[in-house]
Design a protein around this ligand. Structure first.
Ligand SMILES: O=C(CO)[C@H](O)[C@H](O)COP(=O)(O)O
Length: 227
C-alpha cells in the first residue's frame, strides 16, 4: 500500500529542514505541509540540533505554532532570509507556483521575495504541467469596493468567486477577501503584471521565478526538483 499524503508531506518537510543550519534567519510558510516543517524545526531546536535561529511567520497560524514550539519569531524587517520553506498549491516544471489556497499569499510573498533560497515542500499531487490546471488562482482584494474590483477582474477574463468558509466570506490575516479565479490561456508574467495593476487587487498567488528548489514526496520517494 502507498503511504498516505500526510506521511509524504512530512517526508518532504524533513528533507527541506535538513538544509537549515544554526544561526540562520528563516521564513516560515503556511499550510498543512509547512506545519510539518515548523514542527521539525521545533523538534531540532528542542533537541539542541539547531540553535540561534530567527524566524518570521507568513500567517498568524504559523506564528502561533512556531512560538508554541519555542522558536524565536519576530516581525518582518528588510533582513534577507537565508531560507524560506513553504508549501504550494500547484508546482509547474520550472517551479513557478500557485499559492494561497491556505489564504496567506500576501505575507508569503512579502517574506519569500526576501529569501535567498525559497524551498517548496509538497506531495506529488501538486505537480502540474501548466499552472491553473487544477487549482484556481487566489487573488487577495480589498473589501472596500469589492464588487467594482470583481467587475474589473471579470473584464480581464477572470471567472471565479469570492472564497467562503462555513458559509461566510473568508477574511485573510490582513482583513481582506480572496477571489479564486480561473483565466483561460494567458501568459502568466503578463497576467501577473495586469492583475497587480488592477485597482482593488492587493496581491496574487502567482509566485513566478521565486522558488529555488522543491522537495516533492511520492510513494517511490522524495524527488528534488531544481529550477
Ligand atoms: O499557499 C499556501 C497558503 O497560503 C500553502 O502553502 C498552500 O495552500 C499549500 O498548503 P498545503 O500544504 O496545506 O497543501
Amino acid at each position: 500500500m502507498s503511504p498516505d499524503l500526510e506521511v509524504l508531506k512530512k517526508e518532504a518537510a524533513i528533507r527541506a529542514v535538513s538544509l537549515i543550519e544554526s544561526g540562520m534567519h528563516l521564513g516560515l510558510g503556511t499550510g498543512s505541509t509547512a506545519k510539518y516543517a515548523i514542527e521539525e524545526l521545533g523538534r531540532k531546536v528542542a533537541a539542541g540540533e539547531l540553535s540561534n535561529l530567527t524566524c518570521v511567520a507568513t500567517s498568524q497560524a504559523s506564528d502561533v505554532l512556531a512560538r508554541s514550539l519555542g522558536l524565536d519569531v519576530g516581525p518582518l524587517t528588510p533582513q534577507a532570509f537565508d531560507i524560506a520553506i513553504d508549501g504550494a498549491d500547484e508546482i509547474a516544471p520550472n517551479l513557478d507556483l500557485i499559492k494561497g489556497l491556505g489564504g496567506a499569499l500576501v505575507r508569503e510573498k512579502l517574506v519569500e521575495v526576501q529569501a535567498k533560497r525559497l524551498i517548496i515542500i509538497a506531495d506529488h499531487t501538486k505537480l502540474v504541467q501548466t499552472l491553473g490546471q487544477k487549482a484556481p488562482l487566489p487573488i487577495e482584494v480589498l473589501p472596500f469596493g469589492v464588487d467594482s474590483t470583481l467587475e474589473r477582474l471579470k473584464g480581464l477574463g477572470a471567472v471565479g468567486e469570492l472564497r467562503r468558509q462555513s458559509g461566510e466570506l473568508y477574511i485573510t490575516d490582513n482583513g481582506n477577501l480572496i477571489f479564486d479565479a480561473r483565466f483561460a490561456g494567458q501568459d502568466l508574467a503578463e497576467l501577473e503584471r495586469t492583475l497587480k495593476g488592477t485597482l482593488g487587487v492587493v496581491e496574487t498567488g502567482l509566485f513566478l521565478n521565486m522558488a529555488e528548489r522543491a522537495f516533492v514526496a511520492a510513494p517511490e520517494g522524495v524527488r528534488e526538483v531544481v529550477r
